[in-house]
Design a protein around this ligand. Structure first.
Ligand code: GLC
Length: 653
């Protein structure tokens, strides 16, 4: 079937252009530093080129082989990679070398990530720099700074509408300051993570302005950077199968330009999707990525990956080409800046989430299923769904890891698989409705003070916003609130991968309802859980009579403990069956199967429970409970208080 191009013309699939079948030797001929034996030869680069170019080449052939300009783009990106490496600061090359020598670096039990907004948490890049001693005290090894690039005042989607990837938002600092911050963080063992928002740009990005004006600059036709249609014919056709992402902002996936044409905008009307079917777009974004890599970014959070490729008659989410694109970005980094790691943000069906995770694509990924089911378990006081997910969907391929988190700057979507729920006799649709009611405090027994996000009465879809303290009951003064918050983080800290702390959660930061008074935020309830630096809560963190002090002391203890417990590193997880519905239970094996393990038990129920002795028959009689540092005689079974957590160091018999 012919493909439909954005302009609505049927384009027959051309045969692979033979020009893209250029081989590595032809490239070596054109780029002297890659030519072994030549004066300019760079051995490290040459070795990596030999290893990764064939992959990049194959991906380009698959993505762009039918286009005459495919070859030019491939040669251009290789050229970019070479220049990036040549210009890469020596300190970053050292990071490349050490990470390449130890590719499991992010699997260590010493890893801990934190995330915050530069403006809200530190006021500026300089303000964030001043927090470094605190980040060290906490034990962070990764700092994810929320989008900090130039973006239009008001129409910025919290920084996710970027108008220049090479400029820091002037209100918070400069690119030089960012590079300096990355350097200072690196010196204390913290890797800088930033977003690569590459599915879309702001409508005020230079590319977008050129696109609307129909400009061709230096031979680049910017109209083809986005998906612009003369009328509703194709938009209507696409919308038959796409889903609405921000229905509060605009229905469907398109918005109308002042001149009457239609442009693809999956998220806000001012965020225009890039057209990755155009190899020029790949090249341009590769340039931005490599530029940032050389500023000292160690991890890229690949924003909204699922939406990067469109094809008529499909949901236009997670299409095979998206994977090829990510693999191509990865291959490019492997040549140019091999220490830099990609983390995928795919908040989609669990089967699709894992499709992004591999050493060749995104070695790191958010774990939205564990996050959502942690909240599900707390609401239902039933750990069945979470245990099922841990048993069935947790283990990942070698060389990859989850980012385990409790909440992010975004809403909580109930992304579990309906099939999994059905096996437990749960109707997914009804259950999501229950959870939404629960977390906005509309169910009896609810302790939560969440706010609905993108409530769509037409589809029944809705998501939840709120800080951890607001959703666990601390804000409502529920007596179980502090323990629930600690329990939720204890899971993120014990299931492996990299645990991620939303900075402020460790001092029980509450919701900030004042967003409704700011017109540019009022319509987006996610601002309720993106509050400003909670100075008071931080000041109270040493005071155990306050929730801030209680959460802080418990979390810092767990963090320190994790760093001393190698079994909690890596990602392998085995189930453990207690026979009790309210108990989350799993084992974290050490490096080999017969070594001591950590057995995690967490009671999401409001009542204490007793795990009977026979469940522990496979272990030596005495276990060591790590959190309280006490020995436990397993012949008595294990008592778990309401919302109680134990990390038992057990030895298999
Ligand atoms: C991601 C971000 C979210 C943003 C969206 C569009 O999902 O996490 O905050 O609104 O992408 O960029």
């Amino acid at each position: 079937m012919p493909e439909l191009s954005p302009r609505g013309v049927a384009v027959p699939r051309r045969r692979l252009s033979h020009s893209v079948l250029v081989d590595a030797d032809a490239i070596r001929e054109a780029i002297p530093v890659l030519r072994p034996g030549g004066d300019a030869f760079d051995v490290e680069l040459g070795v990596r080129f030999a290893e990764h170019f064939p992959t990049l080449h194959r991906l380009f052939r698959d993505l762009y082989g039918h286009l005459p300009e495919g070859l030019a783009a491939l040669v251009a990106v290789v050229d970019l990679a070479v220049t990036t490496w040549r210009e890469r600061p020596e300190a970053l090359k050292d990071v490349d070398r050490s990470r390449s020598a130890n590719p499991a670096w992010f699997q260590s039990n010493t890893m801990l990530a934190g995330v915050c907004y530069v403006d809200r948490y530190g006021g500026s890049i300089e303000g964030i720099r001043r927090q470094i001693p605190y980040f060290v005290e906490l034990g962070l090894t990764v700092l994810h700074l929320m989008p900090l690039f130039a973006s239009p005042e008001g129409n910025d989607d919290g920084g996710y509408a970027v108008s220049s990837y090479r400029d820091v938002d002037p209100g918070i600092g400069t690119m030089e300051e960012l590079a300096g911050l990355a350097r200072d963080l690196r010196e204390v063992g913290i890797s800088l993570e930033v977003d690569l928002i590459f599915n879309h740009t702001s409508n005020e990005h230079e590319w977008a302005r050129h696109a609307v004006a129909g400009d061709v600059v230096d031979g680049v036709n910017y109209e083809d950077f986005y998906l612009i249609f003369p009328d509703r014919t194709l938009p209507d056709a696409y919308e038959r199968t796409t889903r609405e992402i921000f229905p509060d902002d605009h229905p469907g996936s398109f918005i109308q330009l002042p001149d009457g044409r239609w442009i693809w905008a999956t998220f806000y009307h001012f965020q225009w999707d890039l057209n990755y079917a155009n190899p020029e777009v790949f090249r341009a974004m590769a340039g931005e990525m490599l530029f940032l890599a050389n500023q000292g970014v160690g991890i890229f959070r690949m924003d909204a990956v699922a939406f990067m490729w469109k094809q008529l008659g499909t949901a236009c989410e997670s299409l095979p080409q998206v994977h090829l694109l990510l693999q191509a970005f990865n291959a490019l980094l492997s040549i140019a800046a091999p220490g830099v790691v990609l983390k995928s943000e795919a908040i989609v069906h669990p089967d699709e989430v894992v499709s992004y995770i591999s050493p060749q694509e995104c070695p790191l990924s958010y774990n939205p299923l564990q996050m959502a089911l942690t909240w599900e378990a707390l609401a239902t006081r039933d750990a069945s769904m979470l245990n099922q997910a841990l048993e069935r969907r947790h283990n990942l391929p070698e060389g990859t890891a989850w980012i385990n988190y409790v909440r992010s700057h975004d809403d909580i979507g109930w992304t579990f698989a309906d099939e999994d729920a059905a096996e437990l006799g749960i109707n997914g649709f009804e259950h999501r409705r229950f959870l939404n009611r629960f977390y906005v405090g509309r169910e009896p027994g609810s302790f939560a003070r969440g706010v609905p996000f993108q409530d769509n009465p037409r589809t029944g879809d809705c998501r939840i916003t709120g800080t951890t303290a607001a959703l666990t009951g601390i804000e409502a003064g529920d007596p179980g609130g502090v323990d629930r918050a600690v329990l939720a983080y204890s899971l993120a800290l014990s299931t492996g991968g990299i645990p991620l702390l939303y900075l402020g959660d460790e001092v029980a930061q509450l919701n900030d309802p004042s967003y409704v008074t700011r017109p540019e935020e009022a319509d987006d309830s996610r601002w309720v859980h993106r509050p400003f630096y909670p100075a008071q809560a931080y000041a109270a963190r040493g005071d155990r009579t306050t929730p801030s002090g209680q959460v802080f002391s418990a979390l810092t203890r767990l963090i320190a403990l994790r760093k001393r417990t190698p079994e909690l590193g890596g990602g392998r997880l085995w189930p453990f069956h207690t026979g009790l519905r309210s108990v989350v239970a799993f084992q974290r094996p050490g490096w080999t199967d017969d070594l001591p393990r950590v057995l995690v038990l967490a009671n999401v129920g409001d009542d204490g429970v007793h795990v009977p002795a026979e469940r522990f028959a496979g272990f030596d009689r005495v276990a060591h409970e790590l959190i309280t540092a006490t020995d436990v005689a397993l012949r008595d079974g294990v008592y778990l208080r309401p919302h109680g957590v134990v990390w038992l160091h057990v030895t298999p018999r």
